[in-house]
Write a protein that binds this ligand. Structure first.
Ligand code: GDP
Length: 726
C-alpha cells in the first residue's frame, strides 16, 4: 500500500499544476495536530482508527509527551479532486511562540497556509502571529474553524447562535488579514469567505467538516449539522463528508499551485537580478533549469545523518549533484534525495521544481541556506521575529562527554537558527540563548535524552541590551602606541530605521542604491545614507571622513573594533542596539606595521564606548505581552500576578464565559510564572506570552542591575566615572 502511494507521489511530482505546498498554522491547542492526522488518515497514510491519537507528525519523543509540536516536520500525501489526483506537501509548524523561527522557515517553503482557529476561543495572539508570518512571505491563507462540536454539546448553541459565533471568528480573522495585506500590492483580496469556499468548519476530533461546497453537495444546513451531532452519539458520521475531503478539496481549489505562486513569491524572497535567466527559471518552475533549493529545516536521522529539507524552486535535484551552499566556500555532493511520508523519509530518484525535497549530503547547509547548481544571490535571510531573550549555561556532567556535547550543540544551532550558542572549550561551560524558558528546556532535554549526555544546567538568565538615548559629542580613541586616533560620535537611530534593519529591508547585501533609498524612506538624511560603511545588527557605521590616507585599507580593522565594542556594550557588556556611529576623522601612522590589529581595534573600541557613554547609553530589558483567560472569580489574583511582576495590565474584558486579562511584564520577572499563576487561580487560568522586544529600564533600577550583571560576568563592578547620568 505504502509503496503504491510512494509511486503515485513520484508520478505527481512531475506535474506542478497538481501540487499544493501547504502549512497548517494555529494557536497552541486549537487542533493543528489532530487535523494533520486526520488529513493523513484520509489520504491513507496512517490508519483511520489511530488518527487523533497517533500524532504522526509529532515525531520527537518530547513533543508527544508535552502534546506540543516543536520541529517543523514534513509529509506528502495524495488527494483526488476535480477528477485529478493531487500531491499535497504538508509542512508542520510549531504552535508555541517560543519556536517562532521554525514557523517563519516553514512558511518560506509553502504557498498556502491553513489557519486553524478554535471555535470557542476564537482568534488568539498566536493566530495573529502565524498569520502575519504567512502573509509577509506571500503565502495565501484559508480558514478552518475547529471544535465546532463543543458549541453544540458543551455550549448547547442553536443554529442562530452557532452561525453568529462562526461569523464573528471569520470577521476577526478577516480584520487581521485586511490590516496585514493593506500595503501589499502583489496580492489581491485575501480575506476568507464562506461563500467563496475559503472557510471550512467542523471537528477534527470527531472527523467531520463542512464548507459551502460540501453543504451544497449534501444539501445540509446548520440545523442538520446540529441535529446530527446531537442525535446520533456520532454514529451516523458516514452521512457527513469526511473532514479530510472537505479540507483537502479546499486546499486543491483555493491554494495556488507552484506555477501560479512562484512568479509572485520569487520577487518577495529573492533580490537577485529579476531580468536574469535564473529568475525566469524560478518564476516558471522550470524543472530543466539550474537547481535552486531553499533549505527550511535540518534534522538528524540516526541512519542517514543530517537531512536538509527545503523547497525546490527550479531545476531537478538528484543524487551525485555538486551544489553550492550559500555562505560557504566549497560545494557539497548530494548523497540521496527523498520525500517525507508520515514521520519517515522515502528515497526517490529525483525531486523536480515545485516540490519539497529531503536531501542528504549537504553537510554545510543550515536552516535558511540557499543551495544551487550555479553561484547565485542567496534568498533573503529569513527574518526572525523575535531575538533570543534568555540564556542558560550547560555543562556535561562527565568531562568524557565534552566532545559529544560540543558536537550536539553545533548541531542544535544548525537546526534552529533562533538558538544562539556560545561554546567555551576551555571551561566546558557553554551558553545557549533562546526565545523563552520552555524553548531552552526542550533543547536541554533533547541533549539529555536523545543524545544520552547527562548535563548540568544553570539558572536561566535574561539577556539585556544597551542603547544610546541622545546625540553625543565626538570622542577620541587612542591606540596603545599613541600613533593612531579615531574621532567618533554616537546618536540614537529612529525606530523606523531600526525596524527596517530588523526586517532586512536595508542591508549590506543589497545594491547600494537600493539600500540608500530604503534608508531615506525610513527618514535618514541623504548625506548620511550615502556614507553608510557598515551595518551590524540594528547599528549603522557612517564614514564621514574625506581623503584620509590609508583609511581604506584600515577600515576592516575599524569594523572589527566596532563590532567588538557593540557586542559588549560599555555598561554591562550586553549587545548594543539602535546606534548610529559616525566616524568623523582619523589619524593613522604612515607605516602599516604601526597600525595593525593590536593598535586599531582597541582604539576604535575605546572611541565607540566613549561615544556611547556620551550619548547616555542605557540598559534595556526584554518584555513580554501576557494574556490570561480566566473565570471571573479568579480575575483579581490573575491580574495581581502581572502587576506584582513590575508589570502593567492594559485591558480586561469578557470573552464568552471567561475574562481576558492583557498586559505587559519584563521577562526576568516572568520566570516561574507558570506555577505561580496555577496556584493563584486554582489551575483555572490558561495563559500565553509573546516576546515584545526590549524596553529601557527605569533609572532607579539601572545602577543595581548593571552591578549585578557585571558581578555575574566577573567584571569589575565600578562603572567608568563618565557614566554619571543615572
Ligand atoms: P495543537 O496544539 O494545535 O496541535 O492541538 P491538538 O491537535 O494537540 O489538540 C489540542 C486538544 O484539543 C487535544 O486535547 C485534542 O483532543 C482537542 N481537540 C482537537 N480537535 C478537537 C475538536 O474538534 N473538538 C474537540 N472537542 N476537541 C478537539
Amino acid at each position: 500500500r505504502r509503496k503504491k502511494i510512494v509511486q503515485e507521489c513520484e508520478r505527481l511530482m512531475d506535474k506542478p499544476e497538481n501540487i499544493r505546498n501547504i502549512a497548517i498554522a494555529a494557536h497552541v491547542d486549537h487542533g493543528k495536530t489532530t487535523l494533520s492526522d486526520n488529513l493523513l488518515a484520509g489520504a491513507g497514510m496512517i490508519s483511520e482508527d489511530t488518527a487523533g491519537h497517533q500524532l504522526a507528525m509529532d515525531t520527537e519523543e518530547d513533543e508527544q509527551e508535552r502534546g506540543i509540536t516543536i520541529d517543523a516536520a514534513n509529509v506528502s500525501m495524495t488527494h483526488e479532486y476535480d477528477e485529478k489526483n493531487h500531491l499535497i506537501n504538508l509542512i508542520d509548524t510549531p504552535g508555541h511562540v517560543d519556536f517562532g523561527g521554525d514557523v517563519t522557515r516553514a512558511m518560506r517553503a509553502v504557498d498556502g497556509a491553513l489557519v486553524v482557529v478554535d471555535a470557542v476561543e476564537g482568534a488568539m495572539p498566536q493566530t495573529e502571529t502565524v498569520l502575519r508570518q504567512a502573509l509577509r512571505e506571500g503565502v495565501k491563507p484559508a480558514l478552518f474553524i475547529n471544535k465546532v462540536d463543543r458549541l453544540i454539546s458543551e455550549l448547547q448553541e442553536g443554529p442562530q447562535e452557532m452561525q453568529q459565533r462562526l461569523m464573528a471568528v471569520i470577521r476577526d480573522v478577516n480584520e487581521l488579514i485586511r490590516g496585514m495585506t493593506e500595503e501589499m500590492d502583489d496580492v489581491g483580496d485575501w480575506r476568507v469567505s464562506v461563500e467563496e469556499g475559503t472557510v471550512a468548519f467542523g471537528s477534527a476530533l470527531y472527523k467531520w467538516g463542512v464548507s459551502m461546497p460540501s453543504m451544497q453537495e449534501t444539501g445540509m444546513d446548520f440545523g442538520d449539522i446540529i441535529e446530527l451531532e446531537r442525535a446520533d452519539e456520532r454514529e451516523e458520521l458516514h452521512e457527513r463528508t469526511p473532514l479530510s475531503d472537505v479540507v483537502l478539496d479546499m486546499v486543491c481549489e483555493h491554494f495556488p499551485n507552484p506555477i501560479d505562486a512562484q512568479p509572485r513569491r520569487i520577487p518577495r524572497i529573492w533580490r537577485g537580478d529579476a531580468e536574469s535567466e535564473l529568475a525566469e527559471q524560478m518564476r516558471l518552475v522550470d524543472d530543466e533549469g539550474e537547481v535552486v533549493l531553499m533549505v527550511t529545516d535540518i534534522s538528524m536521522d540516526p541512519h542517514a545523518g543530517e537531512i536538509a529539507t527545503g523547497r525546490v524552486f527550479s531545476g531537478t535535484i538528484e543524487k551525485g549533484q555538486e551544489l553550492y551552499v550559500s555562505g560557504t566556500a566549497g560545494k557539497n555532493r548530494v548523497q540521496s534525495v527523498g520525500i517525507f511520508m508520515g514521520g519517515e523519509r522515502e528515497e526517490v530518484e529525483h525531486v523536480p521544481a515545485g516540490n519539497i525535497a529531503a536531501v542528504t549530503g549537504l553537510r554545510d547547509a543550515i536552516a535558511g541556506s540557499t543551495v544551487s547548481s550555479v553561484e547565485m544571490t542567496p534568498f533573503e535571510s529569513i527574518e526572525h521575529i523575535s531575538e533570543p531573550v534568555i540564556t542558560k549555561s550547560v555543562e556535561a556532567k562527565s568531562m568524557d562527554d565534552l566532545p559529544k556535547l560540543i558536537e550536539t550543540l553545533r548541531q542544535v544551532s544548525k537546526e534552529d537558527p533562533t538558538i544562539r550558542i556560545e561554546i567555551n572549550e576551555d571551561t566546558g561551560e557553554h551558553l545557549i540563548s533562546g526565545q523563552g524558558e520552555l524553548h531552552l528546556e526542550v533543547i536541554t532535554q533533547r541533549i539529555e535524552r536523545n543524545q544520552g549526555i547527562p548535563v548540568i544546567t544553570g539558572e536561566p538568565i535574561v539577556v539585556f541590551r544597551e542603547q544610546p538615548t541622545r546625540a553625543g559629542d565626538v570622542v577620541e580613541g587612542i591606540s596603545p602606541n599613541r600613533h593612531n586616533r579615531f574621532y567618533i560620535s554616537v546618536e540614537p537611530l529612529s525606530q523606523d530605521i531600526v525596524d527596517i534593519l530588523k526586517l532586512g529591508e536595508a542591508s549590506m547585501d543589497m545594491p547600494e542604491l537600493e539600500r540608500r533609498e530604503a534608508l531615506q524612506e525610513a527618514g535618514m538624511d541623504k548625506d548620511t545614507s550615502q556614507n553608510v560603511e557598515h551595518i551590524y545588527g540594528t547599528n549603522i557605521l557612517i564614514d564621514d571622513t574625506k581623503g584620509i590616507q590609508h583609511l581604506n585599507e584600515t577600515m576592516e580593522l575599524v569594523i572589527e573594533g566596532l563590532e567588538e565594542a557593540l557586542d559588549d556594550g560599555p555598561l554591562a557588556a550586553e549587545p548594543v542596539q539602535g546606534a548610529l556611529i559616525r566616524l568623523h576623522d582619523a589619524k593613522l601612522h604612515e607605516d602599516a606595521i604601526h597600525r595593525g590589529p593590536a593598535q586599531v581595534i582597541p582604539a576604535t573600541r575605546q572611541a565607540v564606548h566613549g561615544a556611547l557613554i556620551d550619548a547616555e547609553v542605557r540598559l534595556l530589558e526584554p518584555i513580554q505581552n501576557v494574556r490570561i483567560d480566566v473565570p471571573n472569580e479568579h480575575m483579581g489574583p490573575a491580574s495581581g500576578e502581572i502587576q506584582g511582576r513590575r508589570g502593567r495590565v492594559d485591558d480586561m474584558y469578557q470573552e464568552g464565559d471567561l475574562m481576558v486579562v492583557e498586559g505587559v511584564a519584563p521577562v526576568s520577572e516572568m520566570l516561574g510564572f507558570s506555577s505561580d499563576i496555577r496556584s493563584a487561580t486554582e489551575g483555572r487560568a490558561s495563559w500565553n506570552t509573546e516576546n515584545a522586544g526590549f524596553q529601557v529600564m527605569a533609572d532607579n533600577l539601572q545602577g543595581e542591575t548593571i552591578t549585578e550583571i557585571r558581578e555575574r560576568k566577573g567584571m569589575k563592578t565600578e562603572l567608568p566615572p563618565s557614566v554619571d547620568y543615572f
